[in-house]
Unconditional design. Sequence first.
Length: 150
Amino acid sequence: MKYEIEIPIHCNKEQVLALYTNPDLLSKWQTDLTYYQTVSGEVGQSNAQAILYQKHHNKQVIIQETVLERKGSEDLHLRYENSSIAVTESHHFKVLTHNQTLWTVAYKFRFKPIGLRLFKWYFKHYFREKHLALMMSFGQFAETYVRSEN
């Protein structure tokens, strides 16, 4: 299953990427995140790994994050994985104006259990809406954070 979402953020590209890759700020915009633990590498850099603990329907979910590749302030490729699903995210940050960035994310899912693979079409709308809400939450957080810093 694949799809792409893009949103504009009223901050410059460097600010957006710095805020997005700062693990100390994750809980400010990811409301279901309970804990972030670095496992190896430098946070936000190629080959870095971390474990995310999230609440999902009153259950604790553990997700492994791997930074597959980081190309400066343009592209960031991540993989999130647990026992049921692997999601590859390709983030692209493009300057629209001095203080506006277009954030595009291409999502690619791989469902592990056969039951989930059979119903992946059913989940597309749910995952798309959840990811759009998460991106909007980050966008609002980034814009508010940058305004408060100035």
